[in-house]
Design a binder for this molecule. Structure first.
Ligand code: ZN
Ligand code: ZN
Length: 285
């Protein structure tokens, strides 16, 4: 469906399982374009979520009451505690649910600090727009989905996997259930990449060029900084938009990415700085 656009990949946490979450919109080009007149500041609306064949009602609130123009809008999604949606989420993400519950039960009851899922246990909710402005598609991505994906790409080269994501080649060998789970993760991967391409106007984050502009085309590719075959990480913060030449060079020479300085360091001593950056942030593990 062409009208399906990536909105956000929400990491599952206690609040998401219980009553709602915030949508950070900094990089959401298409979503903001669609939402421009949908929700004024301070307003709220009833929206519908479509998930695994069922529809759920929720509320979306534009939290920004400030008249200050420069401040970014912040949207919050809310649904009733123990309502149908939260129950469905708790069921699907029972691994996150039981992990967080266990931590909560074993800590000081006064401790209200945020419980972060460990790296290997993270689960996600992918949110997409649909052709109806008040209806969104939710796609739960649980640990099992990642296991299936991991098996499917085992032994494959990173460049092959990235090409498949980019150019949507499908694997005809696996069964239907498996295929659906693989398609889910591939789709999310590609949508995040597409959104980033729009954010950069198809410019390479290294050389700043748009390839094919002269011919009325624009070719940019999404590269995974930590290789997807190893990390299964398709977060925007692990993707970078590059031209096909820089993409090929990166995979051929395997430079090290220095996130602190935002440079690629090549074995021969050459350093290539990220010249355009609107979405990568420095993080320390
Ligand atoms: Zn380039
Ligand atoms: Zn790549």
């Amino acid at each position: 469906m062409e009208s399906e656009n990536y909105v956000y990949k929400k990491e599952i946490d206690w609040s998401t399982l219980m009553e709602g979450f915030t949508l950070p919109l900094d990089n959401q080009v298409i979503f903001l374009r669609n939402m421009e007149n949908f929700l004024q500041r301070g307003q709220s609306k009833i929206i519908h979520f479509f998930m695994n064949g069922k529809t759920y009602d929720a509320k979306i609130v534009n939290m920004n009451n400030s008249v200050e123009k420069r401040k970014k809008d912040a949207y919050q999604i809310r649904y009733p505690r123990n309502g149908e949606l939260s129950q469905a989420l708790q069921q699907y993400f029972f691994k996150s649910m039981s992990y967080i519950k266990m931590i909560r039960e074993n800590r000081d009851p006064k401790d209200r600090s945020y419980i972060k899922m460990p790296d290997g246990l993270k689960e996600y909710l992918a949110i997409y727009t649909t052709e109806y402005e008040d209806t969104f598609l939710l796609e739960p991505i649980a640990q099992d989905d990642f296991q299936v994906m991991k098996k499917a790409i085992q032994g494959m080269r990173e460049r092959t996997v990235e090409n498949e994501i980019e150019y949507e080649m499908e694997d005809k060998s696996s069964g239907i259930e498996k295929k659906l789970q693989i398609v889910k993760i591939r789709k999310l991967n590609r949508k995040i990449g597409e959104n980033l391409k729009l954010l950069y106007g198809y410019r390479c984050q290294i050389c700043g060029q748009v390839i094919g502009e002269k011919y009325g085309s624009h070719i940019a590719e999404a590269h995974h900084i930590d290789y997807f075959v190893n990390s299964l990480n398709n977060d925007a913060n692990n993707q970078m938009i590059v031209c096909p030449n820089h993409h090929s060079v990166i995979h051929d020479a395997n430079p090290v990415f220095d996130r602190r300085r935002m440079v690629y360091r090549f074995d021969n001593g050459v350093e290539e700085r990220i010249s355009l950056n609107k979405h990568l942030f420095i993080y320390v593990k």
